[in-house]
Design a protein around this ligand. Structure first.
Ligand SMILES: Cc1cc2nc3c(=O)[nH]c(=O)nc-3n(C[C@H](O)[C@H](O)[C@H](O)COP(=O)(O)O)c2cc1C
Length: 374
């Protein structure tokens, strides 16, 4: 399937503008999402074997998830398990609806199997997101795997009011998803990454945990796991400062990593031109740095804080590298664009094989084992 996608389907898709084809694909998957028979047909081709793991107090049918930013509007929620994903992270969503940056804002660096984006949190806002999520439940189409929500800061909210902005979204959305990711690492909202500073992040997490403790209007407190997503461009010292908040602010885990502002060497003039675009780089060139960050976080926390590994995962070997470096779960974005819809199934199958080869009875034994060092 991956061969068929790469040789027959991908060239047709890549002949079109990257954001336009993304929108068309999601519109198609949104249609499939409304019909159980179409989801069943997708599942028949793409279902992944079970490779369960318990993390964040939740049971994941397999450790391969959909990364944030791909389904920003929750348009295709029921399709993601049918495509073999063990969980999905929807959004990023901000309190205020916003159009994002002017187009073009998504570019393919094909020779390096990478993307550059400066989307800027284009999304319908938390209120519309809440309605969409509620409607999937009403339709009886809510997926049987854990669903996370990625929270961003509205562009028009000043940095010093960020905590309230995040808390407003969280208050409304907390009952509607299984876990939450505080995104302070997107390079595409001016100064957002400053919120990775310990004191700013502390304020945001304090506000969210206050909501978590008090519950919402008319409902019992049902604390939801809150994770922080970090940039690959942070120093180990800056990461360590974030880790200092884990205990006091009951952090459930870290998502490592977002896209990078770095660029690989490129001799080809066409590629150099693409790399001169502003925005965050994802895909293969990000793989090694993101694994380095995961390994550091795992070492510093002695494996006590769950890590979701993301960045340049295309194959089972890539996912195994992240898991054995310390990630309990992994996510894919750019790999799905380049490898096609059978990527989750292929990765889960390959992980299962590697697990047996290494003599592990359960996937959790592989986490941080150091087996997959390349
Ligand atoms: C077009 C695009 C939009 C993204 N939007 C978000 C977002 O809204 N929130 C977020 O935390 N990460 C976002 N990301 C980052 C991905 O979730 C992921 O961390 C990153 O792309 C690295 O993974 P990959 O190499 O598998 O793509 C986005 C990535 C891309 C390519």
């Amino acid at each position: 399937m991956s061969w068929f996608y790469r040789t027959c389907v991908r060239p047709v898709l890549f002949a079109q503008d990257s954001e336009a084809i993304h929108d068309r694909t999601l519109a198609f998957l949104g249609l499939c999402s409304r019909k159980a028979t179409l989801c069943d047909a997708l599942e028949a081709f793409h279902a992944a074997p079970r490779l369960p793991i318990k993390v964040l107090g939740l049971t994941f049918p397999n450790p391969v998830g959909l990364a944030a930013g791909l389904d920003k509007e929750a348009r295709a929620v029921p399709v993601w398990p049918a495509l073999g994903f063990g969980f999905s992270e929807l959004g990023g969503v901000t309190w205020h609806p916003q159009p994002g940056n002017p187009t073009p804002r998504l570019f393919r660096a094909i020779p390096d199997e990478a993307l550059i984006n400066r989307m800027g949190f284009n999304n319908p806002g938390a209120v519309a997101m809440a309605q969409t999520l509620a409607s999937w439940r009403t339709l009886g189409r809510w997926p049987a795997h854990p669903v996370g929500l990625n929270l961003g800061k509205s562009k028009l909210t000043p940095l010093d009011q960020a905590a309230e902005d995040y808390a407003n979204s969280f208050r409304l959305l907390a009952p509607l998803a299984d876990f939450f990711v505080v995104n302070v690492s997107s390079p595409n909202t001016p100064n957002l990454r400053q919120l990775q500073d310990k004191s700013a992040l502390d304020e945001i997490l304090a506000a969210l945990q206050e909501v978590n403790r008090s519950g919402g209007p008319g409902r019992e407190a049902q604390p939801k796991p809150i994770l922080v997503k970090v940039a690959p461009d942070l120093s180990f010292e800056a990461l360590d400062e974030i880790l200092e908040l884990a205990g006091p602010r009951q952090l459930a885990g870290i998502v490592a990593t977002n896209t990078t502002l770095g660029r690989p060497e490129a001799t080809d003039p066409a590629l150099r031109l693409i790399y001169s675009e502003a925005g965050g780089l994802s895909g293969k060139p990000l793989r090694a740095r993101s694994t380095e960050i995961i390994r550091h976080l795992h070492r510093q926390t002695r494996g006590r804080l769950p890590i979701i590994g993301v960045g340049g995962i295309f194959t089972a070997a890539d996912a195994w590298e992240k898991i054995t470096a310390g990630a309990s779960l992994v996510q894919v974005y750019t790999g799905l664009v380049y490898e096609g819809p059978s990527i989750a199934r292929a990765i889960v199958r390959g992980l299962h094989e590697r697990m047996l080869e290494a003599g592990f009875a359960e996937l959790c034994e592989a986490v941080g084992s150091g087996e997959g060092v390349r």
